[in-house]
Design a binder for this molecule. Structure first.
Ligand SMILES: [Zn+2]
Length: 307
């Protein structure tokens, strides 16, 4: 009897120790709790904020289009096992809304864009559809990272101070990157600041950094561009003497190539200015494989092609 009680006591102590060490009771049975991001951009942001004792995972790899992404069976398991889920929101992950809504009833599910008031969002129609590509305005990202840091510090209280400190340092880095973007873009004459891309991901970028922005496809890659869109774009490029257009890492290039061909037929030479990283990061361990690196890479590519 005494032996049995001692064993139970020992077992209890062991469980308490594991909980203290890991800082949070995990749903997935591992010592380390897991925070699961939907996109590669959010995965990188989380890795900058969270200490190594918390595992950060992501569903979508480099170059994956979030508008079209459907959760696989394996993803559903990862989502169910994760302790916390972070997604962008504003219908970026349009095909995952249902599962995210269902999971939010049983676990912490955080929408990154949630802290932004409607007045700061780009409204696209009278029906309440807004542009989800908020990460292209670094000042908007700062607001979202502030709230994300506060939420995660509460969810993991014994790592709270570390998370708060890392969040502050990362926010400082975002502020510095924003200033750098402004100083770089100031080198470009105002008339040359026209950004033409495959899909309309750069609206917030245009507002924040004073660019006129046109996307061939709509705000989501779900809507394909038609012949009329191509003709309108060709005319716009010729009217504004645009030198270069930009392909994107997460969107097929075919439609934009027909615009280039259309310009050529009308005697206007327009080039591909480079590949921009829009809705997904570049490959891991490359400069474009981080959120800040991707922003810097895009700015460099745009300025190089348009100046
Ligand atoms: Zn997009």
């Amino acid at each position: 009897m005494n032996l049995k009680l001692s064993l139970i006591k020992l077992l209890c102590l062991a469980i308490i120790n594991v909980s203290l060490f890991s800082g949070c009771t995990s749903n997935n049975g591992n010592e380390r709790p897991t925070v699961l991001a939907t996109t590669s951009i959010l995965g990188d942001i989380l890795r900058n904020i969270l200490p190594e004792q918390i595992t950060v995972d992501q569903l979508m790899g480099p170059g994956v289009d979030p508008h079209l992404y459907k959760a696989s069976q394996g993803d559903v398991q990862s989502l169910s096992r994760a302790d916390v889920i972070v997604y962008n929101g504003l219908h970026l992950e349009g095909k995952m809304s249902e599962i995210l809504e269902r999971l939010s009833r049983t676990k912490e599910v955080i929408a990154f864009a949630d802290p932004l008031p409607a007045s700061l969002l780009r409204s696209l129609d009278s029906g309440g559809v807004v542009d989800p590509h908020i990460w292209f305005d670094l000042e908007l990202s700062v607001r979202c990272v502030e709230q994300l840091t506060a939420d995660l510090s509460k969810i993991f209280p014994d790592r709270g101070s570390v998370i708060t400190e890392s969040g502050k340092a990362y926010i400082q880095k975002l502020h510095e990157t924003h200033k750098w973007c402004v100083s770089q873009i100031n080198q470009l004459p105002a008339d040359d600041r026209i950004l033409i891309t495959s899909h309309d991901a750069f609206g917030y970028f245009g507002d924040a950094y004073d660019f006129r922005v046109r996307g061939l496809q709509g705000i989501s890659t779900l809507s394909e561009s038609g012949l009329k869109d191509v003709t309108n774009m060709v005319n716009f490029i010729i009217d504004h003497k645009v030198k270069a257009v930009f392909v994107e890492n997460s969107v097929p290039q075919k439609a934009l190539r027909s615009v280039i061909e259309g310009c050529r037929r009308k005697g206007h030479e327009v080039n591909i200015g480079g590949e921009l990283f829009s809705d997904a990061l570049g490959e891991e361990r490359t400069p474009e494989g981080t959120y800040v690196g991707m922003i810097r890479y895009n700015i460099g590519t745009i300025i190089n092609a348009l100046q």
